[in-house]
Structure formats: structure tokens, C-alpha cells
Design a protein around this ligand. Structure first.
Ligand SMILES: C[S@@+](CC[C@H](N)C(=O)[O-])C[C@H]1O[C@@H](n2cnc3c(N)ncnc32)[C@H](O)[C@@H]1O
Length: 431
């Protein structure tokens, strides 16, 4: 019966989340309810899984205690059973710099197969197949991220998978985001073992709202699962935002590339971000004949496209590099300091900084142009004028900078670290 359900769900997944009424999916995924009990979502205890602002990532060095019994939600009639096991033997030497080894060869190992089996038997709340969950689990265990972002919570099933791995790592947080199904997500999270609950933050909002907050907070994530609205425009937005908020060598899993919206958004992303690499798309997947393809991913048992971020920020010639808008505490800016990788010939770079104050509705723009010479990695670029807003006693101040490298030479330039804003008025540098 369980496998029949999973088969139906896989078919549902493959033919598109959007074309079926969400409640149909919800009903299939729910454990059987007693006849006299309507399938009401359970209200959570007030302290758990509230909508929260994005907290600063924290590292927990003490070992997290894990309940030894399966946990249930606080309402016995709607209780879900959550297996408390968190720690599984990992396949040997998983290395994400070799994508084929990490996503294909790994599948042959008995360790990976045991993890797949666990998720097959214990994760009915996720829409992702067991192999996909096993990849997320292993990547999280191996890469030990401090921040994981999942766009698209559904019933919290994949968040549960990430949380298992984070508890085993004894560090990191999963931020799971969805504008719908809030009561169900909170109720299910309330039934997790406490150590797993401590690893999750549920954001009951859409991805646009979430990414704006994440960007302003200055935090980056090492692993993303993009599994929200599968329409092209939404997926493209989520992928571009993930890239802007990504840490060095981040992994972005996009589901489901059988669907044209996700597939084409992935292709658009890669065309615009050539410094990112990808895994999961077969060589034959080329336009214009590609619409739905139920067997598109080369990662067995999944519908994943995996995008792998660069180690450093890369400036592509002729393309605007615009990192996220940051909320700041200063009111004056005079320039930007950054370090570049080696260049073979002089390269011209255009820079703009914008400082805005919401209370006074001020917007100040400054520009600069710099020629980067071979052998001079350190650059401190001072604007044509110092930018000052305020005095600001209410509202917020935001800063953003934009860079464009002249496109006369096709090679990109690497920034060796995140640039530092040079604060005006005699105060120190800020990122
Ligand atoms: C395919 S389901 C996610 C499945 C989930 N990852 C799992 O397997 O456990 C899609 C989810 O995306 C959410 N969603 C829809 N539009 C969204 C948006 N604009 N931003 C974030 N989440 C969205 C839906 O509410 C739903 O929870």
C-alpha cells in the first residue's frame, strides 16, 4: 500500500504539482485519519515553529541530545510518527568537486542504499523520492553547512531530512519557506524530536520576502533546495536569489527538472552564470524540443538539477555584478576595497555605490572607474564624491554596489574575497 502511494505520488510529482489540486496531494500524504476526526491541522504549542525573522546562524558545539523514542505531536489523534534516527554510515570519501562521483558512483555503495532505504520507509511527509532525500542527507553531512535554505516546505518532510543531518553534524540550521500549509508544517515540526526542532526555522512567507530578508541580513547559505512554485519565472527568481545569497562552493538542488518551468529556468541561470557548473542535465537535453521529460535527470531516482557555485565571486565581462542590498548602520560611504585574482593585461572596471535612507527618502549615487593592472591585487577605489544620508533617527539605511567589467577582453576576473565598503566620516570598513 505504501509503495502504491509512493508510486501515485511520483506520478503526481512528475506530471506537475501545479496541475493537481493541492488538497489531493495533501490527502494522499496524510496518514489515515480516524473516521470521526476531520483531518484538521494541529495547532502547535506557541513556542514551536513560529514564523521568525532570520536569525544569525549559530554553531552548537555541544552534542545534541536525541530522544530515543519516536515522537508524536501533542494531539494524539493527529499524531505523526517520526523516526528519531539521525546518524547513518556515510559512503566513503564523498567529494563534491567530482560531481559524477558524488551523485552517480555514490549510488552503488551499500551505505547510500541503506540511507535510501531508510527514507523510503520513514519519510512519507516529503514529496521527494528516497534517493533525492538521501542525496540531500549525504550532502548536508559531508559539507557541514551552517545555513541550509529550502524554498517550498509542503509538509516539512524534506526539512525533516535536512534536520536529521544537521543534528548528526551538531551544527547548522535549516530555513524552510512556504506561504501555504503553515498549520500543517508547524504541527509536523512539533512532532519531531526536540534536537531536530531546534535545527529548523519555518518562514511562513513566499520566497521573495524570504530572500529579501536573507540578503539584507548578510547571511549566506551553503546548500539550497529550490522546490517552491515550479513556474518558470518563480524558479528563475529563486535560482538567481540563491546564487546572490550563496557561500563559496554552494550546492543548489532544483526540483523537478522533468517540468519545463524548472528545466528552462535552470538553463537560463547557467547561461547567465557561466561560472556556475551543473550536474543532472544529460547532454541530449537541448532546445527546442524539450518540454516535459520524465527521465531528464541523470541523477538516478531523482528529478534534480544540481548547480555548483564558484569558490570566489566572478566578474564576467559586460555583465553587471550586483550583490544583495544590505541594511547598514552607517550613513556615509566613500568607496570600496577589494582584492582581485591575477590579470594578464590592464582591465577597466566601473563601480557604482548607492546609499538610501527610507525615512528621509534620500538616494545618493557615486561612481568610479578603475584600471586593474597586472600584479596589483589590492584595490581601494574612492568615489567621485562621498555619499551621506541623514541624519537618520528612524527608518533604515541600505547600501548596494554594482560592478561592470569592460567587455573588450573575454576573460572574467575573480574577486578573492567579498569587497568591503569604505565608510565615510572617518569610521572603519564594513562588508
Ligand atoms: C513541491 S512542494 C515542496 C515539497 C517539499 N520540498 C517536500 O518534498 O517536502 C511546493 C511548496 O512550495 C510552496 N510554494 C508555492 N509558492 C511558493 C513561493 N512563491 N515561495 C515559497 N514557497 C512556495 C508551496 O506552498 C509548497 O509548500
Amino acid at each position: 500500500m505504501k509503495y502504491l502511494k509512493r508510486l501515485i505520488l511520483n506520478l503526481v510529482d512528475r506530471f506537475g504539482y501545479a496541475v493537481l489540486h493541492k488538497n489531493a496531494l495533501r490527502d494522499l500524504r496524510q496518514p489515515p485519519q480516524p473516521a470521526e476526526q476531520p483531518a484538521q491541522p494541529v495547532e502547535p504549542p506557541p513556542q514551536q515553529a513560529e514564523v521568525e525573522p532570520i536569525p544569525a546562524p549559530t554553531r552548537t558545539d555541544q552534542g545534541a541530545e536525541v530522544d530515543t523514542q519516536s515522537c508524536t505531536s501533542h494531539s494524539p489523534e493527529n499524531a505523526i510518527k517520526v523516526d528519531p534516527r539521525i546518524d547513518f554510515e556515510l559512503p566513503p570519501l564523498v567529494d563534491y568537486s567530482d560531481a559524477r562521483a558524488a551523485f552517480v558512483d555514490i549510488a552503488e555503495t551499500p551505505e547510500f542504499q541503506r540511507i535510501v532505504q531508510f527514507f523510503g520507509e520513514n519519510s512519507p511527509r516529503s514529496l521527494l523520492p528516497p534517493a533525492a532525500q538521501a542525496h540531500l542527507y549525504v550532502a548536508t553531512r559531508v559539507l557541514k553547512p551552517e545555513v541550509v535554505v529550502e524554498i517550498g516546505s509542503y509538509h516539512g518532510g524534506t526539512a525533516e531530512t535536512f534536520a536529521r543531518a544537521l543534528v548528526a553534524n551538531r551544527s547548522g540550521q535549516i530555513h524552510t519557506v512556504a506561504p501555504h500549509e503553515g498549520a500543517m508544517v508547524r504541527a509536523n515540526i512539533a512532532a519531531w524530536p526536540e534536537a531536530m526542532r531546534e535545527r529548523v526555522v519555518f518562514h511562513e512567507m513566499n520566497s521573495a520576502e524570504f530572500f529579501a530578508g536573507l540578503g539584507q541580513s548578510g547571511q549566506t547559505a551553503q546548500i539550497f533546495l529550490i522546490d517552491g512554485n515550479h513556474d518558470f519565472d518563480f524558479v528563475a527568481f529563486d535560482l538567481f536569489c540563491a546564487a546572490r545569497c550563496s557561500a563559496s562552493n554552494a550546492l543548489v538542488f532544483a526540483d523537478n527538472i522533468s517540468q519545463p518551468g524548472v528545466y528552462w529556468a535552470g538553463k537560463l541561470f547557467l547561461r547567465d552564470n557561466p561560472e556556475w557548473s551543473s550536474f543532472g542535465l544529460p547532454a541530449r537535453a537541448e532546445p527546442p524540443s524539450e518540454l516535459y521529460d520524465l527521465h531528464r535527470s541523470t541523477i538516478a531516482g531523482t528529478e534534480f538539477l544540481v548547480l555548483m557555485g564558484p569558490r570566489n565571486i566572478v566578474l564576467q565581462p559586460g555583465r553587471c555584478y550586483a550583490p544583495v542590498v544590505r541594511r547598514v548602520t552607517y550613513q556615509s560611504v566613500r568607496g570600496l576595497r577589494f582584492r582581485v585574482g591575477s590579470v594578464a593585461a590592464p582591465r577597466r572596471l566601473h563601480l557604482q555605490i548607492v546609499l538610501r535612507a527610507t525615512a528621509t527618502l534620500e538616494e545618493r549615487l557615486g561612481s568610479a572607474r578603475v584600471v586593474i593592472q597586472p600584479g596589483v591585487p589590492e584595490q581601494t577605489v574612492i568615489l567621485d564624491r562621498e555619499l551621506t544620508v541623514g541624519p537618520v533617527t528612524t527608518g533604515a539605511v541600505f547600501v548596494e554596489y554594482l560592478m561592470i567589467l569592460d567587455d573588450g577582453v573575454p576573460e572574467p576576473i575573480v574577486l578573492l574575497e567579498e569587497p568591503e565598503i569604505q565608510v565615510g566620516g572617518g569610521t572603519g570598513p564594513h562588508r
